[in-house]
Design a protein around this ligand. Structure first.
Ligand SMILES: Cc1ncc(COP(=O)(O)OP(=O)(O)O)c(N)n1
Ligand SMILES: Cc1ncsc1CCOP(=O)(O)O
Ligand SMILES: [Mg+2]
Length: 208
């Protein structure tokens, strides 16, 4: 799977009562990666929802990534995203195997990306690039960081944080292989609008 294009991330509050139709709309619109991001402790619901999302991703040729929870990713045989305090990337790589998509949060620091690369990640994620209602306290990054990362890190680069259809082109021009989006994609009034946005995000990426 080429890590290039739209990376959709779910939010349990924003998608309450409409998780599956909105995710299906994003996948129809061309999202390549889908991250299940749910901070709740209801393990039964998380398992059920993640299984349903895996089925949807399979149907649309996208890959499912689980946020924070290596055991759930291993149980489902899908990818994983870990932040700096979410556990070891190299342990996750050993657990999930060499083919799994594993991503690591690198905030605004190239050194974190170099360390993550050594631990065997599939992509490095930087951000937040803009104001984010989903995670307002995330450390701020700027587009020049992407230029530097492109020159130093030989891995796909994901840009996250306040990404919209208006500001995504600059991130892509500075080397982002993927844009990861919550609100700018799923903060829509209808599934039709989510699909339209997903298509528009996807069209920003040149075919490779
Ligand atoms: C693609 C992507 N990039 C960054 C994050 C943030 O991860 P983290 O810092 O662990 O914060 P939480 O998302 O767990 O609140 C991410 N989830 N996905
Ligand atoms: C999880 C995360 N990590 C850095 S910013 C962010 C939130 C992204 O959500 P939004 O696209 O709504 O800003
Ligand atoms: Mg995390």
């Amino acid at each position: 799977m080429k890590l290039h294009g739209l990376y959709a991330i779910t939010d349990s509050q924003l998608l309450a009562g409409k998780l599956l139709p909105y995710v299906e709309a994003a996948l129809k619109g061309g999202a390549k990666l889908l991250q299940y991001r749910d901070k709740s402790t209801d393990d039964a619901r998380r398992l059920r929802e993640a299984e349903a999302l895996r089925e949807l991703c399979n149907r649309y040729g996208a890959a499912l990534i689980i946020n924070d929870d290596a055991e759930l990713a291993a149980r489902l045989g899908v990818g994983l995203h870990l932040g700096q305090t979410d556990g070891s990337l190299s342990v996750a790589r050993a657990l999930l195997g060499r083919k799994a998509i594993i991503g690591g949060t690198c905030h605004a620091q190239l050194e974190l990306a170099e360390a993550a690369a050594k631990e065997g990640v599939s992509y490095v994620a930087f951000g937040r690039f803009f104001n984010s209602t989903t995670k307002p306290g995330a450390p701020a990054a700027n587009a020049e960081l992407l230029d530097a990362a492109k020159a130093r890190i030989n891995l796909p680069i994901v840009a996250i944080g306040g990404v919209t259809l208006e500001n995504a082109p600059a991130l892509i021009a500075h080397g982002a292989s993927m844009v990861a989006v919550v609100h700018g994609l799923f903060g829509a009034d209808s599934a039709v609008e989510v699909e339209r946005r997903a298509r528009a995000f996807s069209a920003l990426f040149n075919p490779i």
